[in-house]
Design a protein around this ligand. Structure first.
Ligand code: NAP
Length: 518
């Protein structure tokens, strides 16, 4: 399937012997998660088939392949958390489980015959651009190299599990795992289990495992604002209607999208009066779920609503009413052979520790060494924080498109809305390069800088600077979230605008180059 790729040694330096065609226009997509799959589908729809998707794992799915912990689900409604061009009338509930989302992805991969374009177990660990030829050379971890005219980086933003830096973490003699690396062979029944963390993963896993374990202790460093999810199953009748009347499905999707746009400012604006509205909804939810005022006090956050990710759950807080569930707010001093020792000197013994401690932030770092024009490294280009034009293209790194890049994460709606705009932009650029036989398109530095100045100028008006979270870099700057409504981003990002790019042709006519190569 990937014979069309010009591999190391076979590629003739200089240029293609003829204008870009299916056989000399290799495109590489790195990553077979939601964004890589969406990109593959849209390329096929555009009649472009010369692409390969490299996936370092053994299966597609990214987040939804990796996050299989009990209770794993999406906290964005299913009708909105799916691709607009692959809507699914059969979601079993309003908020799908991880398994159902993975099944959806497997289904569309088969439908679009994307597996023919995929290679698994291939990790790209370096990329280098050849300015003269307009070619990226990608090095695989197995030592092989691959060349591509266009690279789509679809590696995801929250992928690699982050373990906390707690002294003695390796000394623990019981079972330990991260939520994103759940060991399903380990039976929790009858076990004393600790969960460290109270973020989006924890609020799902805690209620799911509480009825199964003997004792569950949740180590909370910072309580979180939680709002009701209003989850529920779709009846067969409703699903049948969605299938028969696609307009209904579209309406449901649009309704969810616009509701999150309308109420989004509560979550992202630094507007205390709006934040108070969110805090009131959450506080009412807490009172409905927890009767003990002391426990309620411990579970009440002190930071402004929206500053950390708003959590959505119908059963997280209620779980602390169970006799076998304990909330531990004393800080962790060490992890020892038998369990966790808190700052007050007490040793809490456990059979297993679950780390719901989040992910290394991949949004704002180069995923591996990437060298653009004149050897410029992306790490250097991003030394003051990740910045890309509309989160997608970086000046000096031509023909390289990032999906889910810097400042494109939403705090209030489906990330896929952003991803789809990026896919459209990249497809527009690819068509331009291919149809006009260009060497490359490279975003203009002034355009990129102007865009990012405007993005960063908005940050003080956003709520995220008011507390610590993975949204922020260590210096407090925010290079992960988009400071505004999704519709604004989509309108500005979905089209490839030639005026924003330097469009470079090859230096000599095709015939001359062929003659030179010969
Ligand atoms: P997270 O939101 O980063 O939460 C990590 C938790 O671990 C926090 O409560 C943090 O406490 C705690 N923690 C970290 N180090 C600790 C330490 N040394 N001692 C005690 N506690 C410690 O991670 P996550 O829950 O995995 O979620 C990450 C992101 O993934 C989410 O924000 C979301 O974007 C995505 N996600 C989405 C869904 C979904 O349904 N769509 C579900 C899960 C995850 P502090 O708050 O004090 O730092």
């Amino acid at each position: 399937m990937i014979e069309h790729l010009e591999r190391d040694g076979e590629y003739v330096a200089g240029a293609p012997a003829e204008p870009h065609t299916e056989t000399n226009f290799p495109i590489v997509i790195i990553g077979a998660g939601f964004s890589g799959i969406g990109m593959g589908i849209q390329l096929k729809k555009a009649g472009i088939h010369s692409f390969t998707i490299f996936e370092r794992a053994g299966e597609i799915g990214g987040t939804w392949r990796d996050n299989t912990y009990p209770g794993a689900a999406c906290d964005v409604p299913s009708h909105a958390y799916s691709l607009s061009f692959e809507q699914n009338p059969n979601w079993s509930r309003r908020f799908s489980t991880s398994g159902e989302i993975q099944a959806y992805l497997l289904g569309i991969v088969d439908k679009w015959k994307l597996r023919e374009h995929m290679e698994f177990g291939v990790e790209i660990d370096e990329a280098r651009f050849d300015d003269h030829d307009g070619i990226w050379t990608l090095r695989r971890r197995d030592g092989q190299t691959v060349t591509a005219r266009v690279v789509i980086s679809a590696v995801g933003g929250l992928v690699d599990p982050k373990l906390p830096e707690i002294r003695g973490i390796d000394a623990f003699q019981g079972k330990r795992f991260h939520t994103a690396r759940w060991d399903h062979d380990y039976a929790l029944e009858g076990k004393r289990v600790a969960v460290i963390g109270t973020g989006a993963s924890a609020v799902q896993v805690v209620p799911a495992i509480a009825p199964r374990v003997k004792d569950l202790t949740v180590f909370q460093r910072t309580p979180a604002w939680v709002v009701p999810k209003f989850d529920g199953e779709y009846t067969e009748r409703t699903k049948g209607r969605f299938a028969r009347f696609p307009l209904l499905l579209q309406l449901s999707r649009s309704f969810k999208y616009w509701m999150s746009e309308i109420f989004g400012p509560i979550v992202y604006l630094n507007a205390p009066r709006l934040s108070k509205r969110g805090e009131r909804i959450s506080t009412r939810h807490l009172h409905a779920q927890v009767k003990d005022p002391v426990l309620r006090e411990k579970l009440t956050p002190s930071f402004q609503f929206g500053c950390k990710r708003m959590l959505i759950s119908d059963d997280y807080w209620a779980t602390f009413e169970r006799d076998n569930v304990h909330l531990e707010c004393t800080g962790i001093r060490t992890i020892e052979e038998a369990g966790i020792r808190t700052e007050d000197g007490e040793l809490h013994e456990f059979d297993a520790i679950v780390f719901a401690t989040g992910f290394e932030l991949g949004l704002s770092n180069a995923p591996f060494p990437i060298h653009g024009r004149d050897g410029l490294s992306l790490t250097d280009a991003w030394k003051d924080g990740a910045a890309a034009y509309k989160g997608m293209t970086v000046s000096g790194f031509p023909n390289w498109f990032i999906l889910m890049g810097p400042n494109t994460g939403p705090g209030h709606t489906s990330v896929l809305v952003f991803t789809e705009a990026q896919i459209r932009h990249a497809v527009g650029a690819i068509k331009k390069i291919k149809n006009e036989g260009l060497r490359y398109v490279n975003v203009r530095k002034d355009v990129q800088d102007g865009y990012n100045d405007r993005i960063q100028a908005r940050m003080p008006y956003m709520v995220w600077g008011n507390c610590n979270s993975w949204y922020l870099n260590p210096d407090g700057s925010n290079h992960s979230l988009y400071p505004g409504p999704a519709f604004e981003y989509v309108a500005s990002a979905c089209n490839f605008e030639e005026r924003d790019y330097e469009c470079a042709a090859f230096e000599a006519p095709v015939e001359d180059r062929t003659a030179t190569a010969a």
